[in-house]
Design a protein around this ligand. Structure first.
Ligand code: NBP
Length: 483
């Protein structure tokens, strides 16, 4: 039997589509899916649907799978994140040899990847924690790939992974070495956090268009298509326009019948928890996670809607509140600028978190590479990433995107629209947590003197926590006997 050059373990949605993508690029494959209880149909179904006439060997026997791979082995695990990854690693360990490459393409926590990289390195195995974005379609046609871990693996993986990845605006692969340890999965986690924030922003804009401006789904589609032709161009806006246009079997918009309780698989919450643990300012992403939690409190919201001024003002909450035609026009004129400014803040806080974590963990992450990798295949692909790539290339050491005039200027240009949209939303009792938190983050970041001096004084008053003085060098600490 000819040995395969690449192995995939786990034939769920992602594993199957990545297998087809790799095979199409001429990589000979071995695929494996467990069948411990004789209950999994994934392998036989995949092999009977796609295995014929393809250079692919399929087995549910791990020893056979490991023996079918050329050395050093290159194996991609596409199994459920968490314990399953450690279980698979433990099952493979007796077969693995020094120099073998084990890639985890699931949505693993970056600290797990950090730990696994170190542990496997001590056995000579090159572990790679790889963020994969783009869902089922991306996996099949070209995902965004964020590999990190043991850098020795990269020269071997590069010629295999680059051809299967999506392409950036400049037609380069949406794949590149992110950094060592858990860098790849950290970047994927931040990607998902930005995804949460951008989705929330678009849904807040939809809420305003529907409940304040009283637009029909088709009218909203028209506007979003127009926005999508300009600076706001993004995959998420594009699919929102499709969703708004989509009709149920009765000819009515399907969106109106979807229960307003947002689900989640937890990567947004990981980003929020990491923000708190690592001291990273990620207010928009965290607010977007909380917004999903609040949305899931449907019963409580129904009970409390009795006390809402807006809901009381309108007998039917689906009817738009009365606003003047001038105000309505102003809202629709201001929304795209406000959305752009707020989105730019979401990306800038994500890139800042990557910069901070890269410094902490010594990952040496290149922001321009991340901006390029995210331009294709992934959920947050958007025109804005070209600008971020350019800023990263011209100023690779810039601590924050807001410090670049070309990034700062569009935000400054749209500040009054941003404030206008938020003011109207507040007057009309429409919650816009991410529009608001991004503006407030921008205002706080651009404030020389915040009232944190008072917080320091209070801390020193009740807890003798000490403070630094503006008239003395930083790093000198003082305590006052306040009473
Ligand atoms: P699926 O749920 O479709 O498949 C999960 C796979 O994991 C199956 O092959 C399953 O085998 C296997 N598995 C499990 Br569950 N526990 C296992 C264990 N203890 N030992 C061995 N195999 C085990 O997931 P998917 O959507 O393909 O996602 C795979 C990974 O990729 C996840 O980490 C996911 O978060 C990540 N991801 C998903 C997407 C997406 O859009 N779906 C995008 C990017 C990343 P069995 O069920 O036959 O036993």
């Amino acid at each position: 039997m000819n040995l395969s050059s690449f192995g995939i373990c786990g034939l769920g949605v992602m594993g199957q589509n990545l297998a087809l993508n790799l095979e199409e690029k001429g990589i000979s494959l071995s695929v494996f899916n467990r069948n411990a209880e004789g209950e999994s149909h994934l392998l036989p179904e995949f092999m009977s649907s796609f295995g014929k006439d393809r250079e692919m060997y399929g087995t549910d026997n791990l020893a056979d799978f490991m023996a079918s791979l050329e050395r050093p082995r290159k194996i991609l695990m596409m199994v459920k994140a968490g314990e399953a990854v450690d279980q698979v690693i433990d099952q493979m360990r007796p077969f693995l040899e020094p120099g073998d490459i084990l890639i985890d393409g699931g949505n693993s926590h970056f600290k797990d990847s950090q730990r696994r990289t170190g542990k496997l390195a001590s056995e000579g195995v090159l572990f790679t924690g790889m963020g994969v974005s783009g869902g089922e379609e991306g996996a099949r046609k070209g995902p965004s790939l964020m590999p990190g871990g043991n850098k020795e693996a990269w020269s071997i993986l590069q010629p295999i992974l680059e051809p299967v990845a999506a392409r950036s605006y400049s037609n380069t692969p949406c794949c590149g070495w992110i950094g060592n340890g858990g860098a790849g999965h950290f970047v994927k986690m931040i990607h998902n956090g930005i995804e949460y924030a951008d989705m929330q922003l678009i849904s807040e804009a939809y809420h305003l268009m529907k409940n304040v401006a009283g637009l029909s789904p088709m009218e909203m589609t028209g506007l979003m298509d127009e926005w999508n032709r300009g600076a706001l161009n993004s995959y998420l806006l594009e699919i929102t326009s499709h969703i708004l246009r989509f009709k149920d079997t009765d000819g009515e918009p399907l969106l109106d019948k979807i229960l307003d309780r947002a689900g989640q698989k937890g990567t947004g919450a990981w980003t929020a928890v990491t923000a708190l643990e690592e001291g990273l300012p990620l207010p928009a992403i965290t607010e977007a996670v909380f917004s999903r939690y609040i949305s899931s409190q449907k019963k409580l919201r129904e009970q409390l809607s009795d006390i809402s001024v807006r809901e009381a003002r309108t007998t039917d909450s689906k009817q738009p509140p009365n606003i003047s035609p001038e105000k309505r026009k102003q809202l629709l004129d201001q929304l795209p600028g406000a959305l752009l400014a707020a989105r730019m803040m979401c990306y800038s806080e994500g890139f800042f978190a990557i910069r901070q974590a890269s410094d902490t963990y010594q990952w040496d992450i290149q922001p321009s590479l991340i901006a390029r990798i995210w331009q294709g295949g992934c959920i947050i692909r958007s025109k804005l990433l070209s600008l971020i790539e350019n800023v990263g290339e011209s100023s690779p050491m810039l601590p924050h995107l807001l410090l670049a005039p070309e990034y700062q200027n569009p935000i400054l240009q749209h500040t009054s629209e941003w404030k206008g949209v938020i003011s109207l939303a507040i007057q009309q009792d429409i919650p816009v947590p991410v529009f608001t938190s991004t503006l407030q983050e921008f205002q706080a970041l651009s404030t020389r003197n915040l009232p944190a001096n008072l917080i320091q004084a209070q801390r020193d008053y009740f807890g003798a926590h000490t403070y630094e003085r503006t008239d003395r060098p930083a790093g000198e600490y003082f305590h006052t006997r306040w009473k």
